[in-house]
Design a protein around this ligand. Structure first.
Ligand SMILES: *Cc1c(COP(=O)(O)O)cnc(C)c1O
Length: 353
């Protein structure tokens, strides 16, 4: 071993879902939106003055912050934006989780949390979800250095009632509680309404799923002014110009076009409700999804077999080879047409075995 090797920060990186290089794939593996971004973003793109790229973008992203604040009825000073909610969450870990005590998050949740904890050397504990994949609020009553959980949870798609979310926040007023609401637009009450009540709460959301802009990388957080300022102080100590001009311009269009947003979310919800019936008929069981994906297990055929057989047919879903969930598939809700192809392929697979 070379002497310098001991000074390298070693981390086991997060592994995102596959982005296949081949064409004609039905891609139901990373919870992207099957519909294109708002047509207003295309118009903004056509009118975009390329000369603007000479200049640095607005480091405060003020226009996007203001548009979000207005839309959600918050003050500008209560909104932070980042390059996808992964960036926002990474900033949150760095800014708020600096205790010697372990932070808490569920054993089954977004697998990036443990990666950031390791990266920043934050101790953590992972209370187990119950047998129905529900968070047990009382597990979060003990002393800790902070709390984070997704709601709806990922990859289970289960929503926890706001009363329980508030119960966890209420029992943790000495630390920061982060609610990761990547899927909240597909149903369920947001904890955003609690931001003015609890000064230790941060609610994080994203443009990647409900606003069809995973490729643009836009995420945001709501919290009280002191928390948002703390986040901005850390951000400006790290990299001031994280968000590029085009993201800011297209992001604003996406927020403003509520009619289009409602239409796409409505279509996905309708397809999801239909998928629940169809998957149940095919012999799957799953927690009741309020997200744009379903976390399903088949009564007879192992998830890994189904995953591989679907892939042979160019249909990609997500499989996690992890304790407790290694017999589940996370299936993103696509268009009706894509879902019909999925059901047909599943029928074929089940007939053959
Ligand atoms: C998708 C996802 C994110 C990250 O989304 P970005 O594309 O980085 O905005 C964060 N948390 C959860 C639970 C997610 O599923």
């Amino acid at each position: 071993m070379r002497a310098w090797e001991k000074n390298i920060r070693r981390v086991e990186p997060y592994v995102p879902g596959e982005q296949p290089k081949i064409q004609n794939v039905i891609k139901l593996n990373t919870n992207e939106n099957p519909y294109p971004p708002t047509p207003k973003a295309y118009e903004a793109a056509k009118g975009f003055d390329m000369d603007r790229l000479r200049l640095y973008p607005d480091p405060e992203c003020s226009d996007l912050v203001h548009t979000l604040a207005e839309y959600y009825g918050m003050k500008d000073s209560q909104v932070f934006v980042g390059v996808g909610s992964d960036d926002v969450l990474a900033m949150c870990f760095m800014t708020f989780f600096n205790s010697e005590k372990p932070i808490l998050f569920p054993d089954i949740s977004y697998s990036f949390y443990s990666v950031w904890a390791d990266l920043y050397r934050i101790p953590y504990e992972t209370p187990a979800l119950d047998d129905n994949f529900c968070i047990v609020p009382s597990d979060y009553y003990k002393e800790n250095g902070g709390v984070i959980f997704p709601n709806p949870n990922a990859p289970t798609a289960l929503f926890m009632d706001l009363e329980k979310v508030e119960d966890i926040i209420k029992h943790n007023q000495d630390v920061i509680v982060i609610v990761d609401e990547a899927y909240i637009d597909f149903d369920g009450r947001s904890a955003r309404e609690l931001v003015n009540k609890y000064d230790n709460l941060l609610v994080v959301q994203t443009f990647s799923k409900s606003r069809s802009m995973a490729g643009m990388r836009i995420g945001y957080a709501f919290g009280n002014e002191a928390l948002i300022k703390a986040l901005n102080d850390v951000k400006f100590s790290f990299n001031s110009y994280t968000m590029n001009i085009t993201s800011i311009v297209y992001g604003i269009e996406a927020v403003k076009d509520k009619a289009y947003f409602d239409e796409c979310v409505g279509k996905i919800k309708a397809t999801r409700e239909n998928a629940k019936e169809r998957l149940a008929q095919l012999g799957f069981t799953f927690p009741d999804s309020t997200a744009n994906f379903i976390f399903a297990s088949h009564k007879i055929i192992p998830a890994k077999v189904i995953f591989e057989e679907l892939k042979k047919r160019n249909i990609y879903v997500r499989y996690f080879n992890k304790p407790r969930i290694d017999n589940y598939l996370r299936i993103t809700i696509g268009t009706d047409e894509q879902m019909e192809k999925l059901y047909k392929a599943l029928e074929e697979i089940f007939e053959a075995v």
